[in-house]
Design a binder for this molecule. Sequence first.
Ligand SMILES: [Mn+2]
Length: 318
Amino acid sequence: MPEKTIDHAVTARSLYGAATDPTHAGVLSFMRRKYTKDLDGVDAVVWGIPFDAATSNRPGARFGPQAIRRASAIFDNDPQYPFQRDLFADMATIDYGDCLLDYGNHAETPATIEREAAKVLRSGAYLLTLGGDHFVTYPVLKAHVALHGPLALVHFDAHQDTWPDAGGRIDHGSFVGRAAREGLIDAERSIQIGVRTHAPEDCGIRIVYGHEVEEMRTGEIAETIVRHVGSHPAYLTFDIDCLDPAFAPGTGTPVAGGPSSAKILSVLSKLGALHVAGSDVVEVAPAYDHADMTAIAGSTIAMYMLGLRAEWLAERRG
Ligand SMILES: [Mn+2]
């Protein structure tokens, strides 16, 4: 038997290199990355925000980070498809654990999330956030914008998330409208993919509707995104309900008529030209899942986000 690690999430001596824990055993961090709050020398951080009080329909995304971590155990020490590399060979990556939130005091939630995200970003690390419902993107995005200025939003979702909000709602369906009105995102450079509901306004954001995703080839979709965003720094947010409920039933507000995980993963793999400043995967709600299919899709999308980052870093370091 090749040399195996066990409980790499707590026994790892290095932040580099893939773990080799048995898939069915060991402490479950994201892809067995070391669990630590120490940001020294870290290139990429995976962080959970177990919050779902902003959900309009079925709650349960507070269990998303745990489910995604558990499903990520399928990524063992083989080179990660389709990147053909150990993502962690040259990218020191940690699991920063979860954000501590008071379930009885939502008024403090946005500021707590923003403050914690800012702490990570100040270290210079790339931040990949695991939701939680889609509200969590708003404070995380704010922390990124404080560092980078307004970002292009690349938003995979069945919903536009631009429903009315006078400015103070803790609502998973209004963060995009708020971000546009507050100048956090550059609406003209922003794009939504997979939308199949109608909100009252689009805020000037380009929409690729669900039926268009169905008709377009993956290269065409990726090219549309890259052309629209250009070289502008972008924030990549992925609501798992972008996928058809046949591929991601475990979510709060499923909508029929979405793309397959295969199609969307192919699109993501072709986004290497984007300058992605930060990313998240949200709305995985394992209580409505079957055979971990939604958690597996979510963890694979998160792995692709790290893969794109690893390629980005490798390219710049030569
Ligand atoms: Mn959605």
